[in-house]
Ligand binder design. Structure first.
Ligand code: ATP
Ligand code: MG
Length: 572
C-alpha cells in the first residue's frame, strides 16, 4: 500500500471535543472521523485495526467451539414482547416502525433474537451444548455518548449466547468463555482485570466484567491485593464491623431547626455519622420506597434495586419526599413512616440509641433503637463498598481503582428460555428448557482502550497483533533515482508478504516521521541519506526507539525476525 493512494488525514491539533487520549489520537492519527454525536466513520487506517481485533476475537471464539451467526439488526417487537423487555428496556432502545406500522427495535443486544433462532434450529439434547455468536452492530441511545468510540450510539459487539442442558453444562460454557476472553485480550496486548459484576434485578447467577485499569474508566473496582478478591463497586461486598451495643436509652423528640444533612447533624449532635439512620426516599418502578442505612455509609443503588426486585429506581423528587413523609427533605425516618415500604441495610440493626428524622419539619428522634421503635421489615445488604473497607473474604483493606469495561460474561439462567419457551427433549424424552449464558465484547471500545494503554506524547504505539501495518517504510529521496531505490525496497518487502505501507508522498521528512509516530506501526524502515550513500537502511522500533542498520540483502530476514519476536510477546 502506498500512502499517496491511501487517505490519511492526520491532524496537528487535538480536536476540541476530545478529552481522553484514545479519542484525540484516533482522530489525529486519521483512524476515525465523527459523523454526528456518538457516531463515527472508520477511515481505512482505523478499519484495518478493527479488522485485526475482529479476527483475533473470531479465532479465539472458534477455538473455544463457538459457532458464528449473523443476525438482523432490526429485531421484531414481538420477540421483545415475548421476553417482557419491550416495556422494560427504556429509552436506550431505538424503536421504529415500518410502512405497515409493524414495530421493531434496532438491536441494543440480541438475547431474544438468539433464543428465537435456537427455538427454530435445536430440538434435542443432542443439539447441545450450543454457543452461538456474531460480530455485529448494536444501537443504544446512550444518554451521554462520550470518549469517542468508548461510549457511542452505534458500535460493534461480539455477542455470544450459550445453550446447555443443565447447570454443569453452563458452568463449562462459562469457563470456556473466561479462558477465551483472557486469550483474546492478551493477544491484543490489553491488560485486563476480571471482576465480579452485578447480575442485575433480572436474574442470572454469576457475572464477570473484564476491566482495563484506566484513570478515565467509568467503573470503580475494589481490589484485594491479599487474596485476589476483585469486584465492580456495583456488586462489591465488604467485611462489616459494628459498634458495640449501648445500654438502651429513651426515645425522645428533639427540635432541629433547619438541620438536615448528615454533616449538619453530626456537628449539631456532636456525635459520629454512624449514629444516624440515614433514610432516603426512592421511586422504584413508580412507587415510593424508603431505604435506611447507617449515616456513615452510602447506598448502593444497584444492590437496592435488586433487593426491591425493581427494574428501575431513582431518587424521589423533593415534592414526593414531602408528600410521603409529611415534612421537607431532611427529616425522613423509619419511625411512623406512614407505611411506606422500607428496606433496611444490615448496618441498621446494630445501631443503638441512634438519631433519625421524625417525619416532621425541624424534628429528629434521639435514643432510636431498632426493634423497640420500629420493625426491621425488610433487611438487605444495600451498602456501597469503598476504598479501605475490609475484603469480604480475608478482611484486608481493599483498594479502589477505575476501569473501562471491555467485556462481560454472564450466566443468564432460564430467563429467556422460559419466557420465550425454548425447549429441547432430554435423554428420557422429557421436554426441558436449556440454561443460557451470554458473553459480550465491545469491539470499538476495545480498540480505544488498547490506545489508552499504548501511547506516548507522539502518538499511538500499536501492539503488533492489532497494528494496521507491521512495517512503515519512509522514502526520503528527492531525485528520480533515489525515489526509484526506495520504491524497490518497498516492492521487495511487499513481495516477501510482509504487511507494509510506504510513505511515498512528496512531503518533508519531519512531516513523514511525525505521521509514522502518530499512527504508530511497530517497525519503521527509512530509506534516506545513509542508504543513498552507503546502502544502509535504518530500522527503528516505535516502542522503545531502538535503531538497527542493515543492508538490503539482510532486510527481509531481519524484518521477519523482528515481526516474529514482537508477535511472540502476545502468544497465549
Ligand atoms: P456499560 O456499563 O459501559 O454501558 P453495558 O453493561 O451496557 O456497558 P453490555 O450490555 O454488557 O454493556 O455490552 C457488552 C460490551 O459492549 C461492553 O462490555 C462494552 O465493551 C460494550 N459496550 C456497551 N455499551 C457500549 C457503547 N455505548 N459504546 C461502545 N461499546 C459499548
Ligand atoms: Mg450500558
Amino acid at each position: 500500500m502506498r500512502l499517496s493512494r491511501f487517505p490519511l488525514p492526520t491532524l496537528k491539533e487535538d480536536p476540541s471535543d476530545a478529552v481522553v487520549a484514545s479519542h484525540k489520537l484516533m482522530i489525529r492519527a486519521g483512524l476515525i472521523r465523527k459523523e454526528s454525536a456518538g457516531m463515527y466513520v472508520y477511515l481505512p487506517m482505523g478499519f484495518r485495526v478493527l479488522h485485526k481485533i475482529i479476527a483475533i476475537i473470531r479465532e479465539e471464539m472458534n477455538r473455544a467451539g463457538a459457532v458464528e451467526f449473523l443476525m438482523p439488526e432490526l429485531t421484531n417487537a414481538e420477540l421483545w414482547k415475548e421476553s417482557g423487555r419491550w416495556n422494560t428496556m427504556g429509552p436506550e432502545m431505538i424503536r421504529i416502525k415500518d410502512r405497515n406500522g409493524l414495530e421493531y427495535a434496532l438491536a441494543p443486544t440480541h438475547e431474544e433474537a438468539f433464543t428465537a433462532i435456537a427455538r427454530n434450529i435445536i430440538s434435542s439434547y443432542r443439539d447441545l451444548p450450543l454457543n452461538a455468536y456474531q460480530i455485529n452492530t448494536k444501537f443504544r441511545d446512550e444518554i451521554r455518548p462520550r470518549f469517542g468510540v468508548i461510549r457511542s450510539k452505534e458500535f460493534i459487539m461480539k455477542d455470544a449466547y450459550s445453550f446447555d442442558l443443565d447447570e454443569e453444562g453452563l458452568e463449562k460454557s462459562y469457563q470456556s468463555m473466561r479462558v477465551a476472553y483472557r486469550n483474546i485480550f492478551k493477544r491484543m496486548g490489553l491488560e485486563t482485570i476480571p471482576v465480579e459484576a452485578d447480575t442485575g434485578a433480572m436474574g442470572g447467577s454469576q457475572s464477570e466484567e473484564f476491566m482495563v485499569p484506566s484513570a478515565i474508566g467509568e467503573e470503580v473496582l475494589l481490589l484485594c491485593d491479599q487474596c485476589g478478591y476483585r469486584a465492580n463497586q456495583e456488586k462489591a461486598d465488604f467485611k462489616r464491623t459494628y459498634p458495640p451495643q449501648e445500654p438502651i436509652a429513651e426515645l425522645k423528640e428533639v427540635d432541629t431547626p433547619n438541620i438536615k444533612t448528615i454533616e449538619e447533624l453530626v456537628s449539631f449532635f456532636n456525635c459520629s455519622a454512624s449514629k444516624f439512620l440515614k433514610s432516603i426516599i426512592y421511586i422504584a418502578d413508580g412507587v415510593p420506597v424508603m431505604a435506611v442505612i447507617s449515616g456513615d455509609r452510602e447506598i448502593n443503588e444497584h444492590k437496592l434495586k435488586k433487593a426491591i426486585g425493581a427494574t428501575s429506581i431513582e431518587l424521589a423528587p423533593n415534592s414526593i419526599v414531602e408528600e410521603v413523609t409529611n415534612a421537607p427533605v431532611g427529616f425522613a425516618g423509619p419511625i411512623n413512616n406512614f407505611g411506606i415500604r422500607t428496606i433496611f441495610d444490615m448496618s441498621v440493626r446494630h445501631i443503638s440509641n441512634g438519631i433519625t428524622g421524625a417525619n416532621k419539619k425541624d424534628v429528629h428522634y434521639i435514643g432510636v433503637n431498632p426493634g423497640r421503635d420500629f420493625t426491621i421489615s425488610e433487611e438487605a445488604d444495600i451498602a456501597l463498598a469503598v476504598e479501605g473497607d475490609g475484603c469480604p473474604k480475608c478482611e484486608t483493606p481493599m483498594k479502589a481503582t477505575r476501569g473501562i469495561e471491555v467485556g462481560h460474561i454472564f450466566k443468564l439462567g432460564y430467563k429467556y428460555s422460559k419466557s420465550m419457551n425454548l425447549t429441547v427433549l432430554d435423554k428420557n424424552g422429557k421436554t426441558v428448557h436449556p440454561i443460557m449464558g451470554c458473553y459480550g465484547i465491545g469491539v470499538n471500545r476495545t480498540m480505544a482502550t488498547i490506545i489508552e494503554q499504548h501511547h506516548d506524547e507522539r502518538g499511538i504505539i500499536w501492539p503488533i497483533p492489532v497494528a494496521p501495518f507491521h512495517v512503515w517504510v519512509i522514502g526520503l529521496g528527492r531525485s528520480t533515482e533515489e525515489i526509484c531505490k526506495a520504491d524497490e525496497i518497498y516492492e521487495m518487502i511487499k513481495s516477501a508478504n510482509i504487511e507494509v505501507i510506504y510513505d511515498d508522498r512528496h512531503l518533508s521528512p519531519g512531516f513523514k516521521f511525525g505521521d509514522a509516530d502518530m499512527v504508530g506501526c511497530p517497525i519503521r524502515v527509512t530509506i534516506g541519506k545513509t542508504y543513498f550513500k552507503d546502502g544502509s537502511i535504518e530500522i527503528r522500533m516505535r516502542k522503545g526507539g531502538d535503531i538497527m542498520m542493515c543492508t538490503n540483502e539482510e532486510l527481509i530476514e531481519k524484518l521477519n525476525k523482528i515481526i516474529a519476536t514482537e508477535f511472540a510477546q502476545y502468544n497465549v
